[in-house]
Write a protein that binds this ligand. Structure first.
Ligand code: PLP
Length: 484
């Protein structure tokens, strides 16, 4: 395996701005172990045991490493049912970052979505979002609403280098609001960064236009702020006049334009569990609080241990650190650089939290019915024990008979502060090896399809024989020696 060190043609090694204090062993399943695990898991990587995974890039959600300061924070948990001092600190931290008045802690992001959409969304409503994340979409649907994605056209072009592919198509938003009217649109939502579309940022200029449009129609604007600090990092890097501003200032410029937010602190909160919903609307906060008590717990803990709130307060602040954010984005670019050098197709430009492989270019011999994203994810596991996730026809696919979604991607999400540069070089090497023998990769069929969020629990089986459009390609590239 190559770990480029001093070769100027190779991507720069990202310098880890932290050192190791606790070591966690990385599992080392053999090829036979991996084959067995795939069969047991029904070729769904969500069903793997973590001991069967060498490098886990399934998600960056709640999988990060807490800092020594966060672990220390756990020790000052005040586990009072009501009025814990950890809640007071948490509330003031979130208020100072966002400026929102009413802060309701939840155990994670989807619980925040549940409170917001159960309260605001009625059957027949339309909810626009640059791109709905899977759980956001599911909550809109569960409340009888219709989720509509209105990202700019560049968002759907994996080759475009547009710097703000998370942007909202503002004329489309305006047209939608005109057509539906404020009675039928309970809120406009914008996801920063746009996870589903490749972790792409939204510019402040675009967000201002969105806010102006929503206000003109009298519709509240909410932001899904899971990766707000990464979004602010890109704004600082790419948007004119932003370089001198801090992450906190840029974030605040976004929050000042909207009415509230949902947050999964498992992302830019740097914790393993936690989230919140925040709003300026007092009456909405009151209604959500009733559901919070029903589903999560008393409003000063919201489904969490109080010590978790304390770790979240520290994490929310650490996530604004420029050294941390620079390294995070550099890690993603490092993998992208190594893949680029081996001509592996991925979604450009790379976003904040992972690399999204462009499956239609990676496996052109497979058709949508072959579930090529899932097939590629399975192959990356088989080759090197990597766990990744399909973001395409299974995660977002409409039911049988309709068209597949415009993007078919496999996401390699990078957990925060977990893997070193040599781990990432290994990842790139595994992906490149599968790319070299890509003609070998066969499609899958779904043998069990659950009704909601199918990617979590579906089961698959390999298609027999050659894949639909492939020449019998299996022998095209000689198999390299396996890394064990
Ligand atoms: C993770 C995520 C959510 C849901 O958060 P959970 O903590 O996983 O429930 C919502 N929106 C976006 C953009 C996310 O990335």
């Amino acid at each position: 395996m190559r770990v480029p060190l001093n070769d100027p043609t190779e991507p720069t090694l990202p310098f880890e701005p932290y050192k190791v204090k606790v070591a966690e062993r990385i599992p080392n399943p053999s090829r036979e172990d991996r084959e067995r695990a795939l069969v047991r898991a029904g070729f769904n990587l969500f069903n793997l045991h973590s001991d069967e995974v060498r490098i886990d890039l399934l998600t960056d959600s709640g999988t990060g490493a807490m800092s020594d300061r966060q672990w220390a924070a756990l020790m000052i948990g005040d586990e009072s049912y009501a009025g814990s001092r950890n809640f007071a600190r948490f509330e003031s931290t979130v208020r100072s970052i966002t400026g929102f008045r009413h802060i309701l802690p939840t155990h994670q992001g989807r619980a925040a979505e549940n409170l917001l959409f159960s309260t605001l969304c009625r059957p027949g409503n339309v909810v626009p979002n640059n791109m709905h994340f899977d759980t956001t979409r599911a909550h809109v649907l569960r409340n009888g609403g219709r989720p509509v994605n209105i990202a700019v056209r560049d968002a759907y072009d994996p080759q475009s280098d547009f710097p703000f592919k998370g942007n909202v198509d503002v004329p489309a938003l305006d047209a939608l609001l005109r057509r539906e009217g404020r009675e039928n649109v309970p809120l406009v939502m914008v996801t920063i960064t746009n996870n589903t579309g490749g972790g792409q940022p939204v510019s402040l200029a675009n967000f201002r236009e969105v806010a102006r449009t929503a206000r003109a129609h009298g519709v509240p604007l909410y932001v899904d702020m899971c990766r707000w600090a990464e979004n602010a990092y890109f704004v600082r890097e790419r948007e004119r006049g932003m370089r001198a501003k801090s992450i906190a200032e840029i974030g605040r410029a976004f929050f000042d334009l909207c009415d509230g937010a949902t947050m999964s602190a498992k992302k830019d909160g740097l914790v393993n569990i936690g989230g919140f919903v925040a709003t300026r609307d007092r009456s909405l906060a009151g209604r959500m609080k009733e559901l919070l008590i029903l589903y999560e717990g008393f409003p000063t803990y919201g489904g969490l241990a109080r010590r978790d709130l304390e770790a979240m307060s520290v994490g929310l602040e650490e996530a604004m650190d420029l050294d941390y954010l620079t390294h995070r984005v550099e890690q993603v670019r490092y993998v992208a650089g190594l893949l680029d050098a081996r001509a592996v197709p991925f979604f450009h430009p790379v976003g904040g939290h992972g690399i999204y492989l462009d499956v239609r270019r990676f496996l052109p011999h497979l058709s949508d019915e072959d579930l090529p994203g899932q097939a590629l994810a399975v192959e990356l596991y088989r080759e090197g024990g990597l766990r990744t996730v399909e973001v395409g026809s299974i995660m977002f696919g409409p039911d049988k008979g309709s068209k597949s979604p415009p993007l078919e991607l496999v996401r390699l999400a990078i957990p925060r502060r977990v893997y070193s540069a040599s781990h990432l070089a290994f990842v790139a090497d595994v992906v490149a090896r599968v790319y070299e023998r890509r003609a070998d990769v066969r499609g899958l069929t779904m043998v069990y399809r659950p009704e909601r969020l199918p990617h979590f629990t579906a089961r698959f089986a390999p298609k027999r024989g050659a894949s639909s459009r492939a020449p019998r390609a299996g022998r095209a590239a000689p198999r390299r020696k396996q890394t064990q």
